[in-house]
Design a binder for this molecule. Sequence first.
Ligand code: PEP
Ligand code: MG
Length: 759
Amino acid sequence: MLTTLKRIVQEVNSAADLGSALTILVSRVQAAMGTEVCSIYLFNPESRRYVLMATKGLNAEAVGRVSLAPNEGVVGLVAQREEPINLDDASSHPRYLYLSETGEEVYNSFLGVPIIHHRRILGVLVVQQRAKRKFDESEEAFMVTMSAQLAAVLAHAEASGQVLGFDQTSQSNTKPARDVLVPGVPGSPGVAIGKVVVISHKADLYGVPDKTIKDSAEEVRRFQAAIDGARSQIRKVGEALADLRPEERALFDVYIRMLDDDALGNEVIRRIEEHKQWAQGALRDVILGYVAHFERMDDAYLRERATDIKDLGARVLAQLQESVELAPEFPENTILVSDELTPAMLGEVPESKLKGLVSVKGSANSHVAILARAMGIPAVMGAIDLPVKQLDGLQMVVDGYRGRLFTHPSKRLRTQFQAIVEEEKAFVKGFEALKDLPAQTTDGHRIRLMVNTGLITDAVRSKDRGAEGVGLYRTEIPFMMGERFPSETEQANIYRQQLETFAPNPVTMRTLDIGGDKSLPYFPIEEENPFLGWRGIRVTLDHPEIFLLQVRAMLKASIGLNNLQIMLPMITTISEVEEAQHLIYRAYQEVRNDGFDVQMPKIGVMIEVPAAVYLARQLAQMVDFLSVGSNDLTQYLLAVDRNNPRVADLYDAFHPAVLNALQRIVNDGHQEGKPVSVCGEMASHPSGALLLMAMGFDSLSMNATNLPRVKSVLRAIDMPWAKALLEEVMGIDNPQIIASMVELALERRGMGRFIRPGS
Ligand code: PEP
Ligand code: MG
């Protein structure tokens, strides 16, 4: 049963459009269930009715014509009750509605299951039979499993249909509607209007976007060169592995034969010539076509060959990608779209042209979103239903405030969003006067506002915005941009720029924090549960050579400036701090022995794991300062992956458990006489910053974009008011109510525009 299920889902998934997906679906389910009829009804939000979209067994002419309101028929009842209805004689059911066009009167038994995606009813899947019998439990279970698996596939196909112009109800290709809205998660505030450039991971066949070309002869030549390159590469790999057993060596011969075989190559060339498709796209179509074919085979050995074909395709693709001119043409207003944006991808577009970012995977707390906020580029994450591959060249509006996108924007919509862009520009200009004013409440309470940096460009921006130092320099960002670990001198140069930019103010450099969603292309870490795995300090303590080299580079960079602070990420255990301190002292001695006049920097620990919350006092005794990583602390306390758009609604730093933990950490740190700061994104939000200040945090570190906003709010309020508000919200159990209470309080004091710009 599982194999049948998988195969149907795969087939539906690889259908070209919604119409063919539904046709495949009904005929496969009808065959698998051995029934006479299988039909699917989808909810049409405009008419608010369930429309018969495909059928195997009922009159084909009824498709697209017959529909039911939610309060009509047994189909409507399945949707209303959100559970299966299994009847041996449907016509005797009180809700039965006779639809003459379908010819269904001859069928007696009926089993309908709802198709539900993220709590939303997409439609109803129905099987029917002449024989008067109830479907048995295993049949019902099959249908429920089928519909649960299909829900995501259909939701995606439906959204793609709207974006790409397949009219659901008529099942014909039409012009796409205007202002098609695709929901996502807010990644970085702001609005961008521009032209989509799709960027994919290197050598990922599934991520190759569609692009049309003018010169097919040139494209064919490029493809043939790539085939030659892949062939000699495979030969070389085979030769280098001298110890292979004959059966393993045979695999390489098979690969080479596949490449020599004209069939595959000719098919790709035909696609290039006929469809004016670029070589990567033609290769993708042909290889994935074969893959789908092999994956459907009953024989396990042949099914496995799908993996070989995929691998072969990826090798040819890698060759093609190498031959592409390195800098593709980026329009002046580029909206960079990818299945999974990475920090390194941002570096590929000239900053002046990069206007907006969109990622199908990831969430507001993914590192690429954090970086986008630092750079002030609007971003939408988790747009899971976006048909990325077909978007290249489209016009798009990115609404980073509310986490949504619009494709095919009408003139009216553009004008509306352009007005927001202008308003935001004027708003930011108003911040200039704030730059040199202290972050001080009306009753004189002073708090230090620092910035989070990663690139040198955002360091420069930060200074312009009045930052009083760096509370978190994510050293892994420059590591992500290269193709190998940076050398000690290369690191020292990068760190020196940061330290010089802010001197004499402190710059808090965090030691390399990789793992989780931050991987280095040249040091991949592949794990089932990366956020609970080899991350942060765990990696660097296992690789003291990397840690020592980094600390030496930091120390050398600080000569004469003496504004360096070192911070340790992902601390869970006291011994990790002891070991790290030991290594830092060792690096310090080595650098001094080499004749460099360096000072011992302050050392701090990040509190971002629940274990560290309960060890905060002991940790504070050991180090000079504590800094709360509220992004990870929220994820670990609430057991919500910060990167997963499906649970993005549950990720909330205003959850009472998080607020209680924060209050405890600051109290414990102060008991030991040590300063405590927050460098997670919570500090970047005016409401979050207000509560953190009221809790007693000494400094807040945030993205440069939001710093003036936070400063404006803190300068307009007084500490007793903030403390009273904190006390009030600490008694509330619902994070959303807490957020609304703080926003309302700020609004009442005339600060609404700082919390919800653009809305
Ligand atoms: C955090 O976890 O809050 C933090 C500041 O570090 P990062 O977001 O880089 O994990
Ligand atoms: Mg962290």
